[in-house]
Design a protein around this ligand. Structure first.
Ligand SMILES: Cc1cc2nc3c(=O)[nH]c(=O)nc-3n(C[C@H](O)[C@H](O)[C@H](O)COP(=O)(O)OP(=O)(O)OC[C@H]3O[C@@H](n4cnc5c(N)ncnc54)[C@H](O)[C@@H]3O)c2cc1C
Length: 459
């Protein structure tokens, strides 16, 4: 069936719950329905693919347009243990893919901090995980994508159509709807991670431990307490590890080494007063968390869901930030610009902008994709509840520092970057625009993010 269900008018928002916009929502069930989108968009309004809505800002919103939501197009089509490849429809979540692949001893090549993202969203944002320093971002592991756009549908790969392929990877949905993709998976013996944990008293110690030790680990991340000050500024807990082998498991776990039963905790309450998470409660949480972490512990065997996706245990945890929502701020600065990283943490800490733990990571090589976020350097990601009028000016000034140092902010998490900084942060923007223009000459594809930052370069 290629006819679409009638579109509903819906209010839509990102994971940060702000901003909110109204669109017509269509639930795609097939690639043919995606193709039909372009004829109906021509007749009415612009269109955009939407996955699971886990981007924080306005990347998956399109006020007044058609949002083609992919959750009905979510089948795993083939999984081949011998060639370690998976083909799936773009609406399949990484959760579904992991559950299908683990029994065959396969795992996704890159996972973000939640399994609740779609394959299409993972490609469109060229997502990164804790293994970026050794294995790069998601796009590097994509073998091919089937893309439906205003100029037609085609299956492309880095050899047949490098320009469109790499413009789609990290292209934030603006080259068309990814309908299916094939990705290279990795082999694992168990569903457990062998984790080393280490406490660092401050940022310098954390950075030096990471610089010295990261190469020995496939996965590495540091959780930073952004409210600690003075000599404790940037104190951190490093967690690093790799997939455990069968002989590292307990006798009991060895009976079913690939078992995967992530715990699903209670949902966060639907209504939370906006002051609940204030700097005092967050500071107390951060303090308790730091004290609880072992000073140094080697080789703890941990279920992979606890290591990779700790927040997936609390459904709708984004509600905890209350009705005003929150924003996530993630940036990267090149190696050599450590002073900018330090100054940013200092200023966030001084302003007492309550954030649960921030995540610090070292990125490895950049992707060939012109709009991809990661570049060799330090990346910091933090959630900030929207509560204070002083926050905007502070972040504006951090943006300036980061851009001047040759760094950039992550579009999948953005809701506020000043448009003038975009081309400075993404120097290959024009190259991406040229490829996009060929894929969408009439400007049928758009998003609120694209309008706000003039990504497509229309204005
Ligand atoms: C708790 C949490 C932790 C996170 N951790 C990380 C992390 O560690 N690393 C990281 O990189 N990101 C992380 N993210 C961000 C997340 O991985 C990205 O925003 C991802 O794009 C979300 O996928 P989605 O399916 O929800 O896409 P959506 O949010 O629905 O859409 C995101 C973008 O993808 C496009 N898109 C979606 N589906 C398609 C499709 N089929 N075809 C073409 N374009 C499409 C949309 O148009 C939009 O531009 C995290 C998010 C959360 C909520």
């Amino acid at each position: 069936m290629s006819e679409q269900a009638p579109a509903e008018q819906s209010l839509v928002w990102g994971w940060g719950r702000r901003p909110v916009s109204r669109s017509r929502l269509i639930r795609l069930r097939s690639g043919e329905q995606a193709d039909h989108l372009w004829s109906s968009a021509a007749a009415s309004s612009q269109a955009l693919a939407r996955g699971m809505g886990r981007s924080y800002g306005d990347a998956a919103s399109l006020a007044g347009g058609v949002l083609a939501e992919t959750s009905g197009m979510n089948r795993v089509l083939s999984l081949d243990a011998a060639s370690k490849t998976l083909r799936a429809e773009a609406g399949a979540s990484l959760d579904k893919i992991i559950k299908a692949a683990l029994p065959l001893g396969l795992f996704v090549p890159v996972t973000p901090g939640t399994r609740q993202v779609s394959l299409g969203g993972a490609i469109a944002a060229d997502i990164h995980g804790k293994n970026h320093h050794v294995e790069g971002s998601f796009g590097r592991h994509v073998r091919s994508v089937t893309l439906s756009g205003p100029t037609g549908t085609s299956t492309i790969n880095p050899a047949t159509d490098p320009e469109l392929f790499w413009a789609t990877v990290g292209g934030m949905g603006l080259t068309g709807v990814v309908v299916q993709a094939e990705i290279a998976m990795i082999e694992v013996e168990t569903s457990f991670i062998r984790v080393d944990t280490e406490r660092a008293r401050n940022l310098d110690e954390a950075m030096s431990l990471m610089q010295q030790g990261d190469a020995q680990y496939r996965y590495s991340v540091a959780w930073i307490d952004c409210l600690a000050r003075g000599g404790n500024l940037g104190r951190a807990v490093l967690t690093r590890g790799d997939h455990a082998s069968i002989d590292e498991l307990s006798a009991k776990a060895r009976n079913n080494p690939l078992a995967f039963h992530p715990r699903r905790g209670p949902a966060a309450p639907g209504w939370v007063p906006s002051g609940l998470l204030n700097r005092f409660s967050v500071a107390a949480f951060n303090e308790a968390w730091y004290r609880k972490a072992p000073k140094r512990e080697l080789g703890r065997i941990t279920p992979l869901s606890s290591f990779f996706h700790p927040l997936d245990g609390v459904r709708d945890w984004n509600r905890l930030y209350g009705p005003r929502g929150f924003l996530q701020y993630q940036f990267v600065v090149p190696f050599g610009a450590e002073d900018v990283l330090r100054r940013s943490i200092e200023r966030l800490s001084k302003g007492r902008f309550a954030s649960f733990l921030a995540v610090l990571k070292r990125f490895g090589d950049a992707s060939p994709a012109p709009l991809s976020f990661p570049m060799p350097g330090w990346t910091l990601a933090l959630d900030i509840p929207i509560s204070s009028g002083e926050l905007g000016p502070l972040l504006d000034s951090l943006d300036e520092d980061i851009t001047a140092a040759g760094g950039r902010t992550y579009l999948a998490k953005d809701s506020r970057l000043p448009r003038e900084l975009l081309a400075r942060q993404y120097p290959r923007l024009e190259e991406w625009r040229t490829a996009r223009q060929k894929a969408d000459p009439e400007g049928m594809i758009c998003s609120d993010l694209c309008r706000r930052l003039d990504l497509a370069g229309h204005h």
